[in-house]
Design a protein around this ligand. Structure first.
Ligand SMILES: [Zn+2]
Length: 335
């Protein structure tokens, strides 16, 4: 096992890279040029319930089909997955989406069966690196990314490098405290950004508004079932001008703005990139978020116009797995 190496994007060697994104329901593979241009893509269901061995066999088939279909030699395989990793050892410590992936060596089967240098990263970190190299964060020195989904994930780029920390725990931006007495978070703490702005937080904020008796199309869109309210419904209703839904996103945007202000004071980013489905809502979320940061980032003012939506969408994880080869600080495992 070595680190660094010359098989990276931008190196004269060129070649192709395979980026894999292993999710709980589906896995995706991209064959890419060093600049992130997608040459080919493939995907298949993960069937995570079948356990590590069965999922790994699918991963090997997916990777092998992209490698064997490439006209140029593939010089690196990268993998993004959710969870705690020890990427320097190629180990997944725990993945919330993949039952049985506890302290499993992910690198070994790939190195032994395909025989190409391997790098791996947490999916939120990979998304941040991808946006920095190929997307909304291009050209920045320090970049912060927040991904708004079921949880609130993130990644931190400092001096152009992805920050991991000694326990690979950096960038857990969803678990900064924005309300010391706020609602309970999945992590066990109270008042985390994720507890309030993750999918459950947004849905319960919308439910509270509906329970107060305010007229809103959200309830119709949920077929009258208040428990079926989701961030998607809030976003769709807001896009149609629903005042109650816009109000919910305004509140969420303000909380996000407070959290981003805190992070700006710590990290001094050039740009903050916001990803995830709800970020596609645009103005109803971004306007209150930007206004809050503009009003509250006082010690070191941050130009709120530099809070921007992500560009790479659902490809960010797999592209980030490719971008791991463009960061010398990322560990590379050799066959
Ligand atoms: Zn938390």
């Amino acid at each position: 096992m070595g680190t660094g190496g010359n098989t990276r994007p931008g190196s004269p060697a060129g070649g192709r890279f395979v980026g894999l994104d292993i999710g709980g329901t589906g896995m995706k593979g991209l064959l890419c040029a060093p600049d992130g241009t997608i040459v080919a893509r493939d995907a298949c269901p993960t069937e995570a319930d079948l356990g590590f061995q069965a999922v790994m066999e699918r991963i090997l088939r997916l990777a092998d089909s992209l490698v064997s279909g490439s006209e140029e030699p593939v010089v690196g395989i990268g993998m993004a997955l959710a969870g705690n990793l020890r990427s320097r050892e190629g180990v997944c410590v725990f993945s919330p989406n993949l039952p049985g992936w506890r302290n499993v060596n992910v690198a070994r089967p790939i190195l032994e069966n395909i025989g190409i240098p391997f790098r791996m990263g947490n999916d939120a970190n990979c998304a941040a690196l991808a946006e920095h190299r190929f997307g909304a964060g291009r050209g920045t020195v320090n970049m912060l990314m927040l991904t708004l989904g079921t949880g609130v994930g993130g990644g931190i780029i400092i001096d152009g490098r992805l920050m991991l920390g000694p326990r690979e725990g950096m960038g857990e931006v969803g678990h900064i405290i924005v309300d010391p007495v706020g609602s309970e978070c999945g992590c066990g703490n109270h008042g985390c950004l994720e507890a309030m702005c993750g999918a459950d937080g947004i849905s319960s904020a919308a439910r509270l508004v509906l329970q107060s008796g305010v007229a809103s199309s959200m309830l119709e869109m949920a077929d009258g079932d208040i428990l079926a309210i989701s961030p998607r419904i809030v976003a769709d209703a807001a896009a149609e001008g629903d005042t109650a839904a816009i109000g919910v996103l305004t509140d969420i945007g303000k909380i996000l703005g407070a959290g981003i202000t805190t992070l700006c004071m710590v990290l001094d980013p050039d740009r903050v990139v916001i990803g995830g489905q709800i970020a596609k809502t645009g103005a109803p979320l971004f306007d209150p978020m930007r206004r809050t940061v503009a009003a509250r980032a006082r010690m070191v003012p941050f130009d709120a116009a530099n809070i921007v939506p992500a560009e790479l969408g659902g490809d960010a994880g797999a592209l980030g797995a490719v971008a791991l080869f463009d960061d010398d600080s990322m560990a590379q495992l050799q066959p």
